[in-house]
Design a protein around this ligand. Structure first.
Ligand code: SF4
Length: 747
């Protein structure tokens, strides 16, 4: 029996390791998917450092999504009211090249936009950056991570001088106090939550605080649940800081030695006395004080958050306010402590490393920094000033660019904005105006395919080899184990072929994804996310490895050079210089132990100090009023993933969660005469949806919840984002998808 093939779950940012085996090797009767195809068997990879063999229902059933409704051939049409016709790859690629040249000539290069995805492997992200930002000269590449993690990115950059979550999953088992805010970890990051819950159950002194307007499964496991009113996170965080300062529960040495700007922050938090904060947040004063006491009494506090914090018009301020608490108490860079953003998508972290947002470049560089641009241009062997100093269009401004006619070509890949963007009525109207939309995806139909002129079939999970980085900076090689269906190709190969046809033959002369990765890691050398010691070969041999992982740490240089597609770029001189001499012949295969960032109290800012930031709370961008008296919050369910392009095609999952619903508190339901399962029309200023009521005390009064997964393919009026608005954080440009004002009309 051959060895199982190692890969990573392609759903959430927990990044669980998987092992895949063909059906015949299990010894059981061949299992088949809903299409009757023999099904690959998937199990958790016990050797993976992040998940240690555990998987949730999504990872366990992912192989069932491989065959159904696959897009197999390029398809094209001249206008959106025509049927698609099958075309050759040659015709599809020539059309793209022609359209790019046309937009460049008529509108300028900034008329071209690409909207990518945290589903990309790092190689896909990297080649897209080289094509758009390097060769074409526009920074108009943004990814769906903009809707997910960009507030965390901005918060880390502003507080620490660079992106990168400082903590790791081992901290889940070493913390004295877990502070979970704006995250339903039990449903959205279940394997992370299981690790924390085990630790919490085993150690009665360990505390768990959950801050969420809903009593989620996560909140049910907590010692203290703070059901704050939506939009009062900063009040709460400043209120806890106020109490810690009043009680003298600070770490003055850490503040003095490792941080800057504490004085202004200390002045701001004076304005958050507990009585006022408890009133604003709608929580008991005792509970607020208890939360602060848990912080004060714990040696190591680990904060975790996800979309409940990030998807906000003050998302960056919220992230920095969480970080402030860690800096003032010295809870960072040590076991069991630190601020820890839980990434939504499987490779949103890899995307950030590869420069996959409109304002950044590979290796945690930013487009506004002239030295950063020069370094990237040099490695890409492009003339100076090839890279524009102006950040490109973020996700939402691609939509507004379609409205104004400034976007002449939109290339969407591995994401489904016709479900996931805010204000869907407006989004869809804008997509209808697009002069030319390329949609590159593994599946057909999808909601976004309805707005495309050209469909490109993409290879997906298991059909290409590449890299993904999870929330704790662990880098995993995801190995191919089956051929893509029909003529589907890896995303990076499609981008590279377009690059070559545009005349950049040398720039895109890659023979494999391993060679792409090898070029990419050179751009991380001596950067905070240094991965120059990684290759596909090393990851295949040693398993997943956490960064930073500089070349200097490679312990088996012979193996590294052998596995590296460029020969490792290590000269004989260097080998003999002593750098590796003591290690030559050492066949050590143990990956390094998990690493935290900032363990020495030195940060990536110019002066090495982390920065405090002082923010007052602004509240929701769209507060409730007499006409729209409820706050709508949206979120994910345990079973489903994003816009259901995979999970919607898996019968086992659909059976468990077949339809969307609206959670409402019994008091509100009684007041409005709403009964269980009764259809309710929810209206916002932008659109309406219809959902059966689910009456539950899990939701606070005055707030309703609906899941965000269902799009137009599943029926009329089931789309959560028809209701949401695009008001965004001015720093991260992440829209406030988490809250808007609505009214309820029982039907
Ligand atoms: Fe996949 Fe996330 Fe589930 Fe792990 S927790 S199996 S990464 S969906």
């Amino acid at each position: 029996m051959s060895e199982p093939i190692k890969t990573l779950c392609p759903y959430c940012g927990v990044g669980c390791g998987l092992e895949v085996m063909p059906p015949a090797q299990t010894g059981k009767a061949t299992s088949r998917d809903s299409e009757g195809n023999p099904m690959w068997q998937v199990r958790g990879d016990r050797d993976h450092p992040s998940s240690k063999g555990k998987v949730c229902i999504k990872g366990g059933t992912v192989a069932e999504s491989l065959n159904k409704d696959r897009l197999k051939y390029p398809m094209m049409r001249d206008s959106l009211n025509q049927e698609f016709r099958r075309v050759s790859w040659d015709e599809a690629l020539e059309t793209i090249v022609h359209r790019i040249e046309e937009v460049k000539a008529t509108q300028g290069v900034d008329g071209i936009c690409m909207y990518g995805s945290g589903q990309f492997q790092t190689e896909d992200y990297y080649i897209a950056q080289k094509l758009l930002k390097g060769c074409l000269g526009t920074n108009n590449f943004d990814a769906n991570s903009r809707l997910c993690m960009s507030s965390a990115v901005a918060g880390y950059i502003q507080s620490f001088g660079s992106d990168g979550p400082p903590a790791c999953y081992d901290d889940l088992e070493e913390t004295d106090c877990a502070f979970l805010i704006g995250t339903n970890t039990a449903e959205c990051h279940p394997i992370v939550f299981n690790r924390l819950r085990m630790h919490h159950k085993k150690n009665r002194s360990v505390k768990m605080i959950v801050v969420d307007p809903r009593k989620t499964q996560t909140a049910e496991a907590a010692d203290l649940h703070l059901a704050i009113k939506p939009g009062t996170d900063i009040d709460l965080l400043n209120g806890i800081a106020h109490l810690l300062m009043k009680w003298g529960e600070l770490d003055p040495l850490y503040i003095d030695e490792c941080t800057a700007d504490f004085t202004k922050y200390a002045e701001i938090i004076q304005h958050y006395p507990p009585e006022i904060v408890a009133g604003r947040c709608g929580i008991d004063l005792n509970h607020l004080e208890q939360a602060a006491r848990y912080w004060a009494e714990s040696e190591n506090v680990l904060s975790m958050w996800s979309m409940g914090v990030n998807q906000s018009s003050e998302g960056t301020a919220k992230v920095r306010t969480i970080i402030n608490l860690h800096l003032m108490t010295g809870n960072i860079g040590k076991p069991g402590a630190g601020p820890f953003s839980l990434t939504g998508q499987p490779n949103a972290m890899g995307g950030r490393e590869a420069g996959g947002l409109a304002h950044i470049l590979p290796g945690y560089r930013v487009v506004k920094n002239p030295s950063h641009r020069a370094e990237v241009e040099q490695l890409w062997k492009l003339p100076s000033d090839s890279i524009s100093p102006i950040p490109g269009r973020d996700a939402w401004s691609m939509i507004t660019g379609l409205e104004t006619g400034d976007v002449g070509l939109l290339w969407i890949a591995a994401t489904n904005p016709a479900v996931s963007m805010p204000d869907l009525v407006r989004t869809k109207k804008a997509l209808l105006k697009s002069p030319f939309t390329i949609y590159q995806d593994a599946y057909y139909p999808t909601e976004t395919a309805a707005y495309a002129h050209l469909l490109l079939p993409a290879a997906q999970w298991g059909e290409k080899t590449g890299i993904m980085t999870n929330s704790e900076r662990v880098v995993t090689l995801c190995s191919q184990f089956r051929q893509p269906p029909g003529q589907a190709k890896p995303d990076w190969e499609i981008f590279a072929e377009v690059g070559r046809r545009l005349g950049f033959t040398k720039e895109f002369a890659f023979a494999s994804s391993a060679a792409v990765y090898q070029e990419f890691v050179q751009l991380t050398k001596s950067r905070p996310c240094d991965m120059s010691g990684l290759t596909h070969g090393r990851l295949r041999q040693q398993g997943a490895i956490q960064w930073p992982c500089p070349l200097e740490e490679v312990t088996d240089i012979n193996s590294f050079a052998l596995q590296c597609p460029t020969g490792g770029n290590i000269s004989q001189n260097k080998k003999e210089s002593g750098l590796f001499s003591s290690l030559l012949g050492n066949n050590k295969t143990e990956p390094p132990k998990a690493k935290r960032l900032y363990t020495n109290g030195t940060f990536n800012t110019a002066d090495g100090r982390a920065k405090f930031a002082a923010f007052h709370s602004k509240g929701l961008a769209e507060p409730i009023d007499n006409e729209y008296p409820f706050v709508l919050t949206i979120g994910r369910l345990y079973e489903h993933w994003h816009t259901m392009t995979r999970t919607g095609r898996i019968p086992k999952i659909m059976k468990r969660q077949p339809k969307p619903f609206m959670e409402i508190h019994p008091k509100d339901a009684q007041r409005l005469g709403i009964e269980e399962e009764q259809m309710i029309e929810i209206q916002s200023r932008r659109g309406l949806g219809r959902f059966p009521a689910k009456i539950t005390k899990a939701i606070a009064t005055g707030t309703v919840f609906i899941p965000m997964h269902w799009g137009a393919l599943w029926g009329e009026n089931t789309e959560a984002n028809v209701l949401t608005h695009p008001e965004a954080c001015p720093i991260s440009l992440e829209p406030e998808l988490k809250a808007c004002a609505v009214k309820l009309i029982p039907m």
